[in-house]
Design a protein around this ligand. Structure first.
Ligand SMILES: [Zn+2]
Length: 96
């Protein structure tokens, strides 16, 4: 019984996480990707959504970045806010 309960809780959390991810992706797709298509050379499925303030529930379009997995790792690895900061950070030795 206890086991089932914790399993249920786990599944519930999974569903919530998926819903969260789904809604941030939906918003990013509709309000950012489609409106700035020329900025994105890859299909939307290739990108991940980054929350600049690290708050996964904050889906304001100013808080979302559509970036590649590599960029996402770099942003978190370097402790940067988002894509804009990553560009500035890399500017001296990379193109953005
Ligand atoms: Zn992120």
């Amino acid at each position: 019984m206890t086991k089932d309960k914790s399993l249920q809780k786990l599944q519930y959390e999974d569903i919530l996480n998926n819903l969260r991810m789904y809604s941030s992706r939906q918003i990013a797709y509709k309000d950012i990707y489609l409106k700035n298509k020329e900025d994105y050379s890859l299909p939307f499925e290739s990108y991940v959504i980054h929350h600049k303030d690290r708050d996964e529930d904050n889906n304001g379009i100013n808080n979302l970045d559509i970036i590649t997995r590599d960029e996402h790792e770099q942003i978190h690895g370097f402790g940067l806010g988002g894509k804009k900061e990553l560009c500035e950070f890399k500017k001296s030795w990379w193109y953005c």
